[in-house]
Design a protein around this ligand. Sequence first.
Ligand SMILES: Cc1cc2nc3c(=O)[nH]c(=O)nc-3n(C[C@H](O)[C@H](O)[C@H](O)COP(=O)(O)OP(=O)(O)OC[C@H]3O[C@@H](n4cnc5c(N)ncnc54)[C@H](O)[C@@H]3O)c2cc1C
Length: 52
Amino acid sequence: MTLLGDAAHLMPPLGVGVNLAVLDAAELAPALAGSATIGAAVRGYEKTMLPR
Ligand SMILES: Cc1cc2nc3c(=O)[nH]c(=O)nc-3n(C[C@H](O)[C@H](O)[C@H](O)COP(=O)(O)OP(=O)(O)OC[C@H]3O[C@@H](n4cnc5c(N)ncnc54)[C@H](O)[C@@H]3O)c2cc1C
């Protein structure tokens, strides 16, 4: 399991939530397509998503 969008980014309504959700999806999709396992894909995605 992993999180993206509002579920992953606790923040006030600043008008950027959709941008964060789309950016998360744009990074998670290629990670899933290009990794040997789902676990590796999620770990790679979370490495950049979590600091964001
Ligand atoms: C009034 C308002 C104005 C906004 N204006 C902007 C703006 O101008 N620009 C901008 O970038 N962002 C804006 N945002 C923020 C933006 O709407 C969110 O950041 C964005 O929709 C997050 O997308 P998401 O897919 O993460 O979550 P959501 O769009 O909330 O999608 C979550 C989905 O999960 C469903 N769900 C919930 N629980 C369950 C369950 N148990 N089982 C199955 N489905 C479930 C919900 O019904 C919903 O469809 C605004 C938000 C609000 C409230």
